[in-house]
Write a protein that binds this ligand. Structure first.
Ligand SMILES: Nc1nc2c(ncn2[C@@H]2O[C@H](COP(=O)(O)OP(=O)(O)OP(=O)(O)O)[C@@H](O)[C@H]2O)c(=O)[nH]1
Ligand SMILES: [Zn+2]
Length: 362
């Protein structure tokens, strides 16, 4: 009997003349980009599954007729697509990503922490009250740009302020590339106003401080009260207490939502181009300063200061750009230092092992 390979090819790449309900992997966000990385035989032998949750010692994966907890794979994060090799687990291949969101790990550990992969849209959530902070929004937008994810600023609790226009206008100054939506996160508004980014097969994430309405938005998209507090399936009790709480939820008939815990400050690392995209105008101006290493303080021929004097650039914004760049540069440098230290350590270990080895053979 000929094998049916139709499930390999996502609906988007097929003609509308062959309607069929989406398979589980399509509902999970399987796309031509991923399909193009594997052969039909691989598709059968090592079915693609998506990591919906990372536990400390395990990955929860879903696919077509797959719902399993598997041992961890290196450098794998929530949202990754994995070709599940049941015979040789270590050979399970992680597919190339469309995007990856990362940050500097909190604490003294300077490593990069992967937050999620293959996210299409980041909703950067803030409420129209004291949580509103333009610097924080810029930081999230830089992360999104760096990750190759579309950022959308969502301002919640619009019902609690008389006029949202000022908040929206301020948020709109971040970048003309970033849409701004104001809404009441409860009720129907999110489903209507966020529809264009939440089509079936799309994966979206809500990022923002605790209490701004991320869970409320997730619930509103799913038209339920439960999704944000319920994992995709009933838990099999394995490793529940060690979960990082970053989970993908499938909205029935809709998109996939990444549920993240209220993120404390996200530290930028290896995000220089993301920052430059947010501050593209300043970045372009700086290229016209007389000195390559111009700090835009009092150097002669500084195009940035000139623009400030002309009133074209807000000096406060220049200050925010400076701060983010300094933070990023510091974190990236300490990461590089750590990596070279780890590398040197690895080399030393290998040298010792080799010496021991040859001693043993003597
Ligand atoms: N009036 C009003 N209340 C809202 C709105 N959005 C959220 N809330 C309320 O704000 C509180 C916090 O909302 P959550 O959705 O739990 O916030 P969160 O961002 O998920 O918080 P963490 O889970 O701690 O990260 C809840 O009591 C919500 O009902 C809104 O647009 N308008
Ligand atoms: Zn300058």
């Amino acid at each position: 009997m000929p094998r049916d390979y139709s499930a390999l090819f996502p609906l988007q790449s097929r003609t509308a003349s062959t309607p069929r309900p989406p398979s589980t992997i399509e509902a999970l966000g399987w796309k031509p980009f991923f399909a193009s990385q594997i052969s039909a035989d691989e598709f059968i032998r090592t079915p693609p599954v998506r990591v919906v949750e990372v536990h400390r010692g395990a990955l929860h994966v879903l696919g077509n007729e797959v719902d399993e907890t598997i041992p961890p794979l290196p450098d794998t994060t929530t949202g990754d697509w994995v070709l599940l090799d049941r015979e040789r687990h270590k050979s399970s291949r992680v597919l190339e990503r469309t995007s990856v969101i990362k940050r500097r790990a909190p604490g003294t550990d300077r490593q990069v922490q992967l937050i999620a992969a293959n996210i299409d849209t980041i909703f950067i959530v803030s409420s129209c009250n004291q949580d509103f902070n333009i610097a924080r929004l810029e930081r999230y937008v830089a992360i999104a740009f760096e990750a190759d994810v579309t950022p959308v600023v969502v301002l919640t609790k619009a019902d609690l302020v008389g006029d949202t226009a000022d908040y929206a206008a301020m948020a709109q100054t971040i970048s003309e590339l970033v849409p701004v939506v104001t809404l009441d996160a409860r009720g129907d508004e999110p489903r209507v106003k966020l529809a264009e980014w939440c089509r079936p097969g799309q994966t979206v994430a809500f990022l923002g401080s605790s209490g701004v309405g991320k869970s409320t938005l997730t619930n509103a998209l799913a038209d339920t009260q439960a999704i944000a507090t319920q994992p995709i399936r009933e838990d099999d009790a394995k490793g529940r207490h060690t979960t990082t709480r970053r989970q993908l939820h499938m909205v029935p008939g809709g998109c996939v939502v990444l549920d993240t815990p209220g993120t404390r400050e996200l530290q930028l690392t290896e995000a220089a181009s993301g920052i430059d995209s947010v501050f593209a105008d300043l970045h372009d101006l700086a290229a016209r300063c007389r000195f390559n290493d111009c700090q835009h303080l009092s150097e002669p021929g500084c195009a940035v200061r000139e623009a400030i004097e002309d009133g074209a650039i807000d000096p406060v914004r220049l200050e925010r750009w400076r701060k983010l760049r300094a933070e990023e540069a510091f974190n990236t440098a300490s990461l590089a230092e750590r990596r070279s230290r780890d590398k040197a350590f690895g080399k030393m270990v290998r040298r010792v092992m080799k010496a021991k080895d040859s001693e043993g053979r003597r």
